[in-house]
Design a protein around this ligand. Structure first.
Ligand code: KG4
Ligand code: ZN
Length: 341
């Protein structure tokens, strides 16, 4: 039996300052998330410069709280895992420089982690027995990917968005409806009480059997619908717009996720990223996997949105795979999935 390994993980890629301590990659001893949502709300979205400044202010405190919560010291850590991309460059740099300083000062291994891989790994924390291979639908504010997770750390991208990310579409439609930021949870809540068949928004499947997504046409269709209603003096019913928009997104995602599982010959579909919190998506996929004899996995709400625990889990498997960062490690804002430093 190998020695127990403790990981200190740091995540600052967007608007959450987070630190976590994990035992052997899958047991979370602490996971502190300081969300800046209230600060960015008034601007209708994340303001990069403000995000960086807030990360600088909070990072030390968040790390201290994570260590305290785990009842561990910095010296006890076996590795420092940190998100180095993708994300906002200034925000990422706060985490990366903090992690580099700690790793250097403590003489501990530094493990650079891909944020998207972190989202996938949130499921390993939630489901201790989950093992690859599986198909993962990663849908967040910045990314929409269908990925074949072949083994720990080995990913094949099956499809991706050609324009907006899924969460971006949720946020933009919510903004148009005057629902505020972040829009996903607001659309989700409204959709529950709205009629998904009220408006027939397009279902964008692209070419036959394509596993890519496109959300910008749908987003424009929603904006056009609202503008036309205004021009014709017809009342816009936000709950019906939300439900009909969500139905379009969810229908396409569900059928592409099932197609991906069939193409790869796997029996598990795994959800990840902020949009994986969407109730409509969870319900639709639950029904679909039942019909197709597949299994569905998705993390708890807290593990769906950005947090350092998921980065610690991905970092642990990267560490076992020999991934290391050095003093030259830099933030990579457009880091691709599966690329190792
Ligand atoms: O993964 P995440 O926390 O950050 C990124 O890495 O992007 O995802 C944030 C995105 C936002 O666009 C937010 O509106 C969306 O996830 N989101 C949701 C829900 N909760 C969060 N979208 C749809 N339904 C939800 N319940
Ligand atoms: Zn994320």
């Amino acid at each position: 039996m190998n020695k127990d390994l403790l990981t200190l993980a740091i995540e600052t890629s967007c608007d959450e300052t987070s630190a976590a301590v994990l035992l052997n990659g899958r047991t979370v001893l602490s996971n502190i998330v300081y969300s800046q949502i209230d600060i960015h709300k008034k601007f209708g979205g994340v303001v990069p410069e403000i995000a960086s400044r807030n990360h600088v202010e909070k990072i030390s405190q968040v790390i201290d709280e994570a260590l305290e919560g785990a009842d561990k010291t910095l010296e006890e850590m076996d590795m420092i895992a940190v998100t180095y991309g993708p994300g906002l460059v200034g925000a990422l740099l706060v985490g990366v420089s903090t992690a580099k300083a700690l790793a250097f000062a403590l003489d501990k291994p530094l493990v650079p982690v891909n944020h998207i891989e972190g989202h996938i790994c949130a499921n390993f924390i939630q489901f201790p027995d989950l093992e690859p291979p599986f198909v993962c639908l990663i849908v967040s504010g910045g990314h929409s990917h269908l990925v074949h997770v072949k083994s720990y750390g080995t990913y094949e991208i099956l499809g991706r968005t050609r324009d907006d990310a899924a969460g971006e579409a949720f946020d933009k439609v919510a903004r148009t409806l005057g629902l505020g930021y972040p829009g996903g949870p607001k659309i989700d809540a409204l959709a529950k009480v709205g009629n998904p068949e009220a408006i027939n928004f397009p279902r964008v499947y692209l070419e036959k059997d394509s596993l890519d997504f496109s959300f910008s046409g749908l987003k424009s269709a929603v904006l056009n619908y609202i503008n036309q209603c205004k021009m014709k003096d017809v009342e816009v019913i936000p709950k019906d717009v939300a439900a009909s928009f969500q139905a379009s997104v969810v229908e396409v995602m569900t059928s592409k996720a099932i197609l991906a599982a069939k193409k790869c010959g796997v029996d598990k579909i795994v959800l990840a990223g902020g949009v994986a919190a969407n109730n409509g998506l969870r319900e639709s996929l639950t029904e679909a996997v039942g019909k197709h004899g597949l299994e569905l996995y998705y993390p708890s709400l807290a593990l769906c949105t950005d947090n350092a625990a998921m980065i610690g889990c991905a970092g642990y498997y990267d560490y076992l795979g020999g991934v290391r960062g050095g003093a030259a490690l830099n933030a990579v804002p457009n880091l691709k999935l599966g690329v190792k430093p």
